[in-house]
Design a protein around this ligand. Structure first.
Ligand code: 3JN
Length: 344
């Protein structure tokens, strides 16, 4: 079998580590494997499949002979993606740096694989909340055009990285001991003001924009339109940080052009690869973030008519944002390119 030299940029972070788990689990046909990171992590050792790898500092020369450069997130792709492309690598980038660039396909392989062929070296992985939502929207959109989506998210602290998880843990422990709670990271690490997340909800993910939406909310709006290739699609989002460690959840209200029965919606969702319908109210069966954590599939439940509008449905969607929302989706893009002979 053909093998592909692969570089992971940001190998030591949460998404980088998930890349490694998935490469092993899915038998991804890597040839040489390069673990890249910032100078802070350079020199660390990562043991992967019984072999020790030294983490190297990412430079413009890191990508010689590399076929796939998987960027885990952050500013690295802004600095090094152009050099990687020049070296002949295909960049799959999990950050927002290139997502809305018209020359960069924004891809969820189950939803818009056709976009991959238009790449000019960089392919963007959408925001985690967007990926999880469009996995549920696409099979329904294929039944009837969607006019409008109203989404509220319930986002796990791991979306804010390892520090977000540590903060929830420390606060829960302090809460149990009756000690004073310290908030240092959430809602936005780089801002001066922080709030408790344990036993709380924070209606702010990322910074506010001039239109009073947060950046996370506007990512969901703009990226969904680009992936669904429908500029008329109306989307409005409210994104909320919740005291859950892993797996995002979303309440999604959809207005269709035509009438869609609950049964037709469930059937379409069931047939869609990467989606599991977990929906049996009589048995109290519905998706829960605890159950989707560490899993590949996005789960959909609570499918029901929105009787307040014509042609409306409500859904509840859960998915692991570090897997399908990040590393898995990126790796699936690479796998699709390999299966379709799109890498040289
Ligand atoms: O907070 C979350 O739950 C998701 C966070 C995503 C995120 C965090 C920092 C920077 C992103 C993203 O993927 O959109 C970015 C970014 O690349 O802009």
């Amino acid at each position: 079998m053909k093998r592909f030299n692969t570089a992971i940029v940001g190998a030591t972070g949460a998404v980088g580590q998930e890349f490694l788990k998935l490469i092993e689990e899915r038998n991804f046909p890597f040839g040489e494997l390069k673990m890249l990171a910032s100078s802070r992590s350079a020199g660390k050792t990562i043991n992967f499949m019984g072999k020790d790898y030294t983490v190297e500092e990412t430079t413009e020369n890191s990508f010689d002979g590399v076929q796939f450069a998987l960027f885990a997130g952050g500013a690295a792709s802004k600095l090094f993606a152009p050099a990687a492309v020049k070296s002949g690598a295909v960049v799959i980038d999990n950050s927002s740096n290139f997502r809305m660039d018209p020359n960069v396909p924004l891809v969820v392989p189950e939803v818009n694989p056709q976009a991959i062929a238009r790449h000019k070296g960089i392919i963007a992985n959408p925001n985690c909340s967007t990926i999880i939502m469009v996995m549920a929207l696409k099979p329904l959109y294929d039944l009837s055009r969607i006019r409008r989506v109203v989404v509220s998210t319930y986002q796990a602290v791991s979306g804010a990285g390892r520090e977000g998880m540590d903060e929830l843990k420390t606060q829960l422990e302090a809460l149990a001991r009756g000690e004073e709670i310290q908030a240092k990271i959430l809602p936005v690490a780089k801002l001066d003001k922080h709030y408790q997340i344990a036993s709380n909800l924070l209606p702010q993910i990322d910074v506010f924009m001039d239109n009073l939406y947060t950046k996370e909310e506007m990512k969901m709006v703009n990226e969904t339109r680009k992936i669904m290739e429908d500029d008329e699609l109306r989307v409005t989002a409210t994104t909320i940080r919740v005291p859950v460690y892993r797996s995002h959840a979303e309440s999604v209200n959809i207005e269709f052009e035509d009438e869609i029965s609950v049964e037709a919606a469930r059937n379409a969702l069931e047939k869609f690869p990467g989606v599991i319908v977990r929906d049996n109210p009589a048995e109290m069966i519905y998706p829960q973030p605890l159950e989707t954590s560490g899993k590949d599939d996005v789960e959909v439940g609570r499918v029901r008519k929105d009787f307040s509008i014509e042609h409306g449905l409500n859904l509840w969607v859960c998915g692991d944002q570090i897997r399908k929302g990040a590393a898995l989706n990126a790796l699936q893009i690479a796998e699709y390119m390999i299966a379709n002979d799109m890498v040289f």
